[in-house]
Design a protein around this ligand. Structure first.
Ligand SMILES: [Ca+2]
Ligand SMILES: [Ca+2]
Ligand SMILES: [Ca+2]
Length: 149
């Protein structure tokens, strides 16, 4: 609860962080892997598969509970992303707030890191893998996610 309380404080700062991000107009992360045009269902709060590809879904709570964010391409900073589906955590910043993950891609692993831009400690989530409770040093600590070749 303490960590989630901190998460809510971070979420309260999201608007300011988002505005500053918009003002500096950062370039998008270079695409990795062979994902091309994102399907329409990316970012709809539902964890989808598209043929052999699929989304990486990040959940607010363990055991894929709570609100989720569905990613399709790498995101170097989850500070400006929020949980999208209805439920606990909805609307809060994803950064340092993820407890479980589901990689629905059948070919590609993802790398999760404890700081933005791939810094900090990183772990790999293999294809088709559910992690119902991230290891303690990653739980509520992930800040960037990279699709691997
Ligand atoms: Ca989706
Ligand atoms: Ca982001
Ligand atoms: Ca962190």
């Amino acid at each position: 609860m303490i960590i989630k309380h901190i998460g809510r404080v971070s979420g309260a700062l999201l608007a300011a962080a988002f505005m500053s991000t918009v003002l500096v107009a950062p370039a998008s992360a270079a695409p990795q892997g062979d994902h091309d045009d994102p399907p329409d269902r990316v970012g709809d709060g539902v964890c989808n598969v598209y043929g052999s590809h699929g989304e990486l879904c990040l959940y607010y709570f363990s055991n894929r509970n709570g609100s989720l964010l569905d990613l399709y391409d790498s995101d170097e900073d989850l500070e400006n992303d929020e949980f999208l589906s209805p439920g606990p955590g909805h609307g809060q910043s994803v950064t340092n707030n993820v407890e479980s993950v589901w990689n629905r891609d059948r070919r590609h692993s993802w790398r999760l890191c404890t700081e933005p831009d791939g810094d900090g400690d990183c772990m790999v989530v293999r294809p088709n893998r559910v992690i119902n409770r991230l290891p303690s040093n990653f739980r509520n600590n992930v800040e960037s996610a990279y699709l691997l070749d």
